[in-house]
Write a protein that binds this ligand. Structure first.
Ligand code: HDL
Ligand code: ZN
Length: 419
């Protein structure tokens, strides 16, 4: 059957958009990866890929063994149980399973043979430095934002000792314990020399918390401050969390021109026996976001929400507040079906003033699949939207597509952080 002009032009547009989206460099604005100076904190290789907490949760749906038995096994033994259950006994169709195979395939490793020892042998022959370069090139990632917590006993000493930074890794200051566990955190700050112990007048306490935030912002060269908040988080509320946000975190962020990144909707330890894999989801009351954006117009808020049901309201709030920048399809929404739905919703409601994705990678190799999978979905959504424009007679040029994709892949984020 004859191909119509419209079909030819759509095919040409699709090829152009896919080429641009699949190859554009991207800034990965939230991961749990580390500068190689943190040594074993930077996870990489086949066994870390297989024991990723997403796969642990999926694996336990087939395991008969008790949770504690699994946790007592070596990483290698855990990886073998997961490989057997999720790859050999059942087809690896889940996003986290397919991701492992996408990554191995991108590294020219033959997954057809299903030979885990051979795969292990290849990774054992790699060095971390060459592997960082390889993964960032395959993923098209030019900068990796870490999650840096002064409250992490393994991470803190490395910062205190100091090290030469790898400029491919940027820092974000993560402060969950400060805001969510003040009674346990205040004594830690006191031990570190900040006068916050009980009985200290509130004003002095909040000034000392600001000094702590300033010291660590400088130490790690943080680009933003970040916290993950439970679904039941309320703001304002008559509690120390609200006071710390209002009297320390927000003034600090204003003084340093930094966004405050809110990740809303986690329900920690839904099943504690799954450890890191045990967190779940809750519906957030996004009035907290409205109150923060409206009440603090001189602060900037990066936000991602965990519940699919919160995504539309986040877009509407973003239309109301230019100091709000939504980012990513976070965690349980980082699957093709929802990346498509959420990105389509955002483009249709916001245009290009948002950041569609971050990887949230915990294992270096994951940036390869998380970005290849996301790019493919984002490209398809953009093809549809540009095709919708073409039907009006508006033809986007290659340069305009490249400009738009540059914005989505870090440009809009950089602009938001700097202005
Ligand atoms: O709080 C967070 O930053 C989340 O991303 C958690 O780390 C979660 O465990 C995760 O890795 N999600 O992808
Ligand atoms: Zn995360």
């Amino acid at each position: 059957m004859r191909t119509t002009l419209a079909e030819t032009s759509r095919a040409g547009l699709a090829k152009q958009v896919e080429d641009i989206v699949m190859s554009a460099p991207v800034t990965d604005i939230h991961t749990h990866l580390y500068d190689p100076a943190f040594k074993e904190l930077l996870l990489w290789g086949i066994d870390d890929l297989l024991v990723y907490h997403y796969l642990v949760a999926e694996g336990f749906r087939y395991f008969d063994l008790p949770y504690d038995k699994f946790w007592s096994l070596s990483k290698t033994a855990q990886a073998e149980l997961i490989w057997d259950a999720l790859f050999l006994q059942h087809s690896p169709v889940s996003e986290a399973c397919r991701g492992v195979l996408t990554t191995l395939n991108a590294m020219d490793l033959d997954v057809k043979k299903r030979d885990l020892p051979v795969l292990r042998g290849w990774f054992a022959s790699q060095t971390v430095d060459e592997h960082i370069t390889r993964c960032m090139e395959l993923a098209g990632v030019r900068k990796i934002f870490m999650t840096n917590s002064p409250f992490d006993d393994l991470e803190r000493p490395v910062w205190e000792k100091g090290f030469r930074r790898d400029d491919r890794f940027a820092a974000a200051l993560r402060i969950d314990p400060l805001l969510l566990s003040w009674p346990e955190t205040a004594p830690m700050l006191a031990r570190w020399g900040y006068k916050v112990e009980a009985g200290v007048p509130p004003r002095k306490t909040f000034d000392e918390v600001r000094r702590f935030l300033a010291d660590w912002t400088k130490r790690v060269s943080a680009h933003y401050v970040m916290v993950s908040l439970p679904a039941e988080f309320e703001f304002p509320a008559k509690n120390i969390t609200t006071q710390l946000i209002e009297r320390a975190v927000l003034p600090h962020c204003r003084e340093h021109g930094m966004p405050f990144a809110l990740m809303l909707g986690v329900q920690r330890a839904t099943n504690p026996q799954l450890k890191l894999a045990g967190d779940g989801i809750g519906l957030s009351n996004l009035a907290v976001l409205q109150n923060l954006c409206a009440g603090y117009p001189d602060n900037k808020f990066l936000t991602t929400v965990l519940a699919r049901e919160n995504q539309h309201e986040l877009c509407v709030l973003t239309r109301k507040f230019r100091n709000l920048h939504p980012f990513g399809c976070w965690w349980f929404t980082n699957v093709p079906h929802l990346i498509d739905e959420i990105t389509r919703l955002r483009l249709e409601l916001l245009g290009l003033s948002f950041t569609p994705q971050h990887s949230d990678a915990r294992v270096l190799d994951q940036i390869v699949y998380k970005w290849q999978h996301s790019r493919r979905v984002i490209a398809q959504v953009l093809v549809d939207k540009y095709s919708d424009l073409a039907r009006t007679g508006w033809q986007v040029s290659r340069a305009e597509i490249e400009r738009d994709v540059k914005d989505l892949f870090g440009g809009a984020f950089d602009h938001f952080c700097q202005h």
